[in-house]
Design a protein around this ligand. Structure first.
Ligand SMILES: [Zn+2]
Length: 311
């Protein structure tokens, strides 16, 4: 079967092909559960307020930000990266009348906030690349230094912020999408994918984290009555079309002609469902499904740190 290429992943590379529209609605914030150990979440705004001197400079040759020193006994810091935001809605779902009734950036934020609340309740520290409905490249800076301000700058900003936070791992949450001429086919096509990069010094950790995330996400979807199509734990370096050399996902891959400053820590990009799939779109808005998914990511992260305690 022809490999499906989600718009969501493609958009990380092909900013100009993104259809953009204005989105002004606010995203409802889930109520965090009571926390026995309160740890303040770190956000891009926090970093900007406390460490303006460490803002990434608009230079393609700028060195990666130094990783902050860990304080002995400090709990792991998890960077949560909700895909898209602000005017970038990400992938969308359209009802039978052709009206957009759901978009990716809302759901990824809801999931990330739920995951973060659960992690904080366990004493973990959390960093969000965005904690609201906005573009993390707040000041529209050319952080890649290529003379243009586009989606690459948004993704590079996310990576720079995560590196500055000193996170131990990163989890980027997106929703997949696919359409073709056969509407009934794409409306029925769903599945779960988890991406990792093997071409990093911590490639084995990336694979382990991706495997844990993938297994837990599949189990969570089954727990709420959905039988997901297991599309696998996948290498992030994939050609988009025959003959294309392929590119790493910017948030996961090593330094190359596109990735100016790579992420410094193990990480995965999760696509738990296809938002273009009717059944999965209407599943992902359900409270029980979001709770189960958020818990799945937390369980994967907790298990990961049992196997790889932070140094
Ligand atoms: Zn996406």
């Amino acid at each position: 079967m022809k490999r499906l290429v989600g718009f969501c992943l493609s958009c990380l590379f092909v900013a100009l092909l993104l259809a953009r529209c204005v989105h002004t609605s606010r995203v409802p914030t889930p109520s965090p559960s009571p926390s026995p150990v309160r740890v303040a979440a770190i956000t891009p705004a926090t970093i900007r307020e406390t460490a303006p001197a460490t803002q990434p400079q608009a230079s393609a040759t700028a060195a990666a930000s130094p990783t902050p020193t860990r304080i002995p006994g400090q709990r792991p810091l998890v960077a949560l990266d909700p895909g898209h935001g602000g005017e970038d809605l990400g992938a969308r779902h359209f009802n039978r009348a052709g009206e957009m009734d759901l978009h990716e950036s809302t759901i990824t934020l809801q999931l990330a906030l739920r995951i973060g609340a659960k992690l904080q309740a366990l004493g973990y520290r959390v960093f969000y690349t965005r904690d609201g409905d906005y573009d993390p490249n707040l000041y529209e800076r050319d952080v890649t230094g290529d003379g243009e301000i586009d989606l690459r700058d948004v993704v590079q900003t996310r990576t720079d912020l995560i590196n500055e936070s000193g996170a131990d791992i990163l989890l980027s949450v997106h929703l997949n999408a696919w359409e073709c001429d056969d509407e009934e086919l794409w409306r029925a096509t769903g599945g779960t994918e988890t991406y990792y990069c093997p071409d990093r010094p911590f490639g084995d950790r990336n694979l382990r984290l991706a495997t844990l995330v993938h297994q837990n996400v599949l189990a969570a979807l089954r727990s709420v009555g959905h039988e997901p199509s297991d599309r696998g734990v996948l290498i992030d370096h994939a050609p988009a079309y025959p003959g294309d050399p392929g590119h790493h996902l910017m948030i996961l891959g090593p330094k190359d002609e596109i990735i100016v400053r790579p992420s410094n820590m193990p990480g995965v990009l999760s696509e738990p469902i296809f938002i273009t799939c009717d059944a999965e779109a209407y599943l992902i808005v359900r409270e029980d499904a979001q709770e189960a998914l958020a818990q799945a990511y937390v369980d994967a992260i907790v298990q990961y740190f049992k196997e790889y305690p932070p140094q």
